[in-house]
Design a protein around this ligand. Structure first.
Ligand code: ATP
Ligand code: ZN
Length: 287
């Protein structure tokens, strides 16, 4: 039994909210949704969930208002807070990029010398420019960075990009990647022993969920004379399970394959005589 609770901060509304909440739920943690709420207490795990603006999360964690949080690496690197990034969470993927108007004849980072760059990430951009020996003017603006060149406020922008659609509709072209980012679990340094224990349990569950989403369970039937070849195609956690079917000369194989390789493996299996192939999702996976 735990006497204390761990406090986790997640984004209240925005691109990370839904995935953060659904990740905690997949970890078996039950709680009320955050709509209009500042805080929710989990019913079956020693966790209080705080719903906050993403920009504030590193500071709240550093100050001990929350013990841990889920935030994009972009926010973490922009805030000089004393928190540790523990675990990449595999969602909220984007990049912080420099983009220029399509008419800008851009060849290299040198072309940014003496130019005005609009961004909401002055620290990360400043570090990037210094590293590349480029002296440019940074204009810090808090939103709608992409319109800065068209209104004459800047020659280039440094902004978050995922699909690139926003840049395209604003006649901008991506020329440099400054930072690749995804959601991470952050924690305050020096968590107390009880909080640390709960944190370790949470990380264990998060890893099991992540591992599960990266893998699929595969079941198939195959003629016995093809088994050796098929086993070579199916790596499995250790090696595939092989069980005889009621029909003589046939076996059923069960295994786990990486999600990214599923289609390629199915094609190989079919050409090697596999039939009745089933692919199933995994909820949790502990290796
Ligand atoms: P808040 O009101 O909490 O301050 P926000 O408007 O600053 O919200 P969102 O646009 O919801 O923030 O983005 C939250 C995070 O989602 C970003 O900091 C980034 O880590 C991630 N993200 C993923 N893809 C994108 C994208 N295409 N544009 C912006 N952010 C993205
Ligand atoms: Zn924000």
């Amino acid at each position: 039994m735990f006497t204390s609770k761990l406090k986790i901060a997640v984004q209240k509304t925005g691109r990370l909210s839904e995935s953060s909440i659904s990740l905690l739920r997949k970890c078996g943690i039950e709680f009320e949704n955050g709509l209009g709420k500042l805080k929710s207490s989990a019913r079956n795990f020693p966790l209080d969930i705080y719903f906050l603006r993403d920009d504030d999360i590193p500071q709240y964690v550093a100050d001990g208002v929350a013990d841990v949080g889920i935030v994009g690496e972009n926010i973490l690197h922009e805030n000089l807070c004393r928190v540790e990034a523990f675990e990449k969470l595999g969602f909220g993927k984007c990049r912080l990029s420099i983009a220029v108007p399509k008419t800008f004849e851009y060849r290299s980072v040198e072309d940014l010398k003496g130019r005005r760059i609009a961004t909401s990430y002055p620290k990360i951009l400043g570090d990037f420019l210094r590293k590349n020996n480029v002296n440019a003017e940074i204009h810090t603006i808090s939103g709608s960075v992409e319109i800065a060149p068209s209104i004459g406020l800047a020659d280039a922008v440094c902004d978050l990009v995922s699909s690139g659609d926003t840049l395209f509709t604003n006649n901008l072209r991506e020329v440099e990647t400054v930072l690749n980012s995804e959601a991470v679990l952050i924690a305050r340094a020096g968590l107390e022993a009880d909080s640390r224990k709960i944190f370790n349990q949470l990380v264990f569950r998060l890893r099991a969920v992540r591992c599960a989403t990266q893998n699929k369970y595969i079941l198939l039937n195959a003629p016995d004379e093809k088994l050796d070849e098929i086993i070579r195609i199916l790596p499995g956690i250790k090696s595939p399970t092989v069980m005889p079917l009621a029909e003589k000369g046939w076996s059923s194989l069960h295994s786990v394959v990486r999600e990214t390789e599923v289609w390629e493996i199915i094609e190989q299996l079919r050409t090697h005589g596999a039939e009745g192939i089933l692919i199933a999702s995994i909820d949790q996976m502990i290796q």
